[in-house]
Write a protein that binds this ligand. Structure first.
Ligand code: ATP
Ligand code: MG
Length: 178
């Protein structure tokens, strides 16, 4: 799925730079948007969600949901509209049935919810129509490649807007390219 050329390809040199990219992205999101975070253990997915939360003004500390598969945080969009950030981690998903039990459908159908899913590889493809895949690749100790692959019109628009933001000189949160 992600073997094609990414629409945006960044390199982050620190956890905080990863949070900064995510925070910039968060300001471009609205209810109904869905992000799929992919990449190996410890590659920066949860760190990225911390940045999303920061960008949405979420007050509490974000860590991976452990015994439950979803954590819900309250935040606000760039225009001040209240939003829920649903942080889903499917690493511990054992059976597809669990997706229904923990209420993923409800999260996905909340018009004022942003859904971000770690280990989305475990989600059957037909669950979501349009989504933005963010793929993390460890390059060195504190260096991560962060590649964006939009699937759908809205995700493409989000990445295009993010591309303009990160190209914006002083505001640049990470160097483009590898
Ligand atoms: N540039 C970077 N971006 C993000 N994290 C980094 C970076 N450099 C180092 N790190 C470190 O890598 C680790 C990433 O952990 P994180 O929990 O975000 O990974 P994850 O992809 O969510 O893993 P898991 O699959 O276990 O949920 C953290 O300890 C973080 O401090
Ligand atoms: Mg994680």
């Amino acid at each position: 799925m992600t073997s094609r050329v990414p629409a945006l390809d960044l390199v982050s040199h620190s956890p905080d730079q990863t949070r900064q990219v995510a925070s910039t992205l968060a300001r471009l999101l609205r209810g109904g948007d869905v992000l799929f975070l992919q990449g190996p253990l410890g590659s920066g997915k949860t760190t990225f969600v911390q940045g999303l939360a920061r960008g949405l003004g979420v007050r509490e500390y974000v860590q991976s949901p452990t015994f439950i598969l979803v954590m819900e945080h309250r935040g606000v969009l760039a225009d001040g509209t209240p939003v829920r950030l649903y942080h889903v981690d499917l690493y511990r998903l054992e059976e597809q049935d669990e997706l229904t039990t923990f209420g993923l459908e409800d999260c996905l159908s909340d018009p004022s919810g942003i859904v971000v899913i770690e280990w989305s590889e475990r989600l059957p493809a037909q669950w979501v129509d349009e989504y933005l895949v963010v793929r993390f690749e460890p390059l060195a100790d504190t260096k991560r490649r962060i590649a964006f692959f939009p699937f759908g019109t809205r995700p493409r628009a989000i990445v295009e807007a993010l591309r303009k933001e990160v190209a914006g000189g002083a505001k640049r949160p990470a160097a483009p390219g590898a």
